[in-house]
Design a binder for this molecule. Structure first.
Ligand code: GRF
Length: 202
C-alpha cells in the first residue's frame, strides 16, 4: 500500500514508520513526506532516506481552504492508500477531511477522549492522572475526536514533569503507530459508518 506522511516538525513518528517500512515484509511503502513548514526537521530525515518530499508553507496561502486544496493536490499526486498525520500541527478543513474519509489517520499524545488539543502531558499531570498515553485514530471533522484504532498506556510516575512524561509516551507512539498503519495496509482495519472495524490477525 502507498503511504503519504504529513509532518510539521521533528518527525520522530515518521521515522518510526520509515524504519518499520524498511523491512521488506512490511505491508506499506512510504511514497512521500509533505510538511507545512519548509524548515520541518523531518524533511531532512525523509530526504536522507530517499523519500520524495515537499513543503507547502501554509503562510503563503490566502485561506485555510486554499492551503488545504493545494495540500490535497500535492498528496493526491502520489495516489496514496493512506494519509498519515505525524505531528502535523494544522487544523484541516472539513472538506479536506471528508475527501480522505476512512484513509486519514492521526496520532495524538493522550488517551482520547481525555485531553484533545495541545499541552496534553501538562494537563494530564495537572489532573493528577495515574496513567497517560497515546491514541491512533481515524480523522473526522471534529478535532482529536475520531474513533480510536489503538491506544498505549504508560504510568505517570512520582516526580514526572511534562518532558519525562512526553518521552515515556513517545516511546509508545513509535510502537503503536507503525503497527496501526500495518493493520490498515493488511486490509484488517477500516472505518465503517463512523466505527473502527479491526479484524483478527489472519
Ligand atoms: C507527537 O507527540 C505526536 O503525538 C503529536 O506531536 C508529536 C510529534 O512528534 N501529535 P514527532 O514530530 O513525530 O517527533
Amino acid at each position: 500500500k502507498r503511504l503519504v506522511i504529513l509532518i510539521s516538525g521533528r518527525g520522530s513518528n515518521m521515522e518510526a514508520i520509515l524504519r518499520a517500512a524498511a523491512d521488506p515484509a512490511y505491508p506499506g511503502q512510504v511514497v512521500a513526506v509533505i510538511a507545512n513548514r519548509p524548515d520541518a526537521k523531518g524533511l531532512e530525515t525523509a530526504k536522507a532516506a530517499g523519500i520524495a518530499t515537499a513543503a507547502l508553507d501554509h503562510k503563503a496561502y490566502p485561506s485555510r481552504e486554499a492551503f488545504d486544496a493545494a495540500l490535497a493536490e500535492a498528496i493526491d499526486a502520489h495516489a496514496p492508500d493512506l494519509v498519515i498525520l505525524a505531528g502535523f500541527m494544522r487544523i484541516l478543513s472539513e472538506g479536506f477531511v471528508r475527501h480522505y474519509e476512512g484513509r486519514l489517520i492521526n496520532i495524538h499524545p493522550s488517551l482520547l477522549p481525555a485531553f484533545p488539543g495541545l499541552h496534553t502531558h501538562q494537563r494530564a499531570l495537572e489532573e493528577g492522572c495515574r496513567v497517560h498515553g497515546c491514541t491512533v485514530h481515524f480523522v473526522t471533522p471534529a478535532l482529536d475526536h475520531g474513533p480510536a484504532i489503538a491506544q498505549a498506556v504508560v504510568p505517570v510516575l512520582e516526580g514526572d514533569d511534562e518532558h519525562s512524561l512526553a518521552a515515556r509516551v513517545l516511546v509508545q507512539e513509535h510502537q503503536v503507530y507503525p503497527a496501526a498503519v500495518a493493520w490498515f495496509c493488511q486490509g484488517r482495519l477500516r472505518l465503517e459508518q463512523g466505527r473502527v472495524l479491526l479484524a483478527d490477525n489472519p
